[in-house]
Design a protein. Structure first.
Length: 123
């Protein structure tokens, strides 16, 4: 089953992103128009290609690629669609986390924060 992410220009200055899965099209999000992002995603990209977002030279493409996993996980939860298989989850690059999450994990390792079993964060 091929999972493809692509974008369309929906109005002047806006791009809409879609996931094509099993011949169905799912809307992901809309963002400001960037030519490099359009060039990269207009013909569609396989989901497995996006795990190497840190290697892209265009910052707009890199930022867009790091946004996608959170939108895909939300869709997976809300619609009940299986997007990430277990083997796809292993390919997820931990460097794609935002800086604040990385800082929180570093502070947790130093003992400033701790997380209980229900994933609640305490100072």
């Amino acid at each position: 089953m091929k999972k493809t992410i692509y974008c369309k220009t929906v109005s002047k200055g806006m791009q809409a992103f879609y996931l094509k899965l099993e011949n169905k099209e799912y809307f992901l999000f809309v963002q400001k128009y960037y030519r490099g992002v359009r060039d990269f995603f207009s013909r569609g990209r396989d989901l497995s290609e996006l795990s190497t977002a840190s290697s892209y030279h265009n910052m707009a493409v890199r930022r867009t690629a790091t946004k996608l996993p959170s939108y895909l996980k939300y869709m997976e939860k809300e619609l009940g669609v299986v997007i990430y298989d277990k083997k796809d989850r292993k390919k997820f690059n931990p460097r794609q986390y935002s800086r604040s999450v990385a800082q929180t994990k570093a502070r947790q390792a130093m003992g400033e924060y701790y997380i209980d079993k229900e994933e609640n964060l305490y100072a």
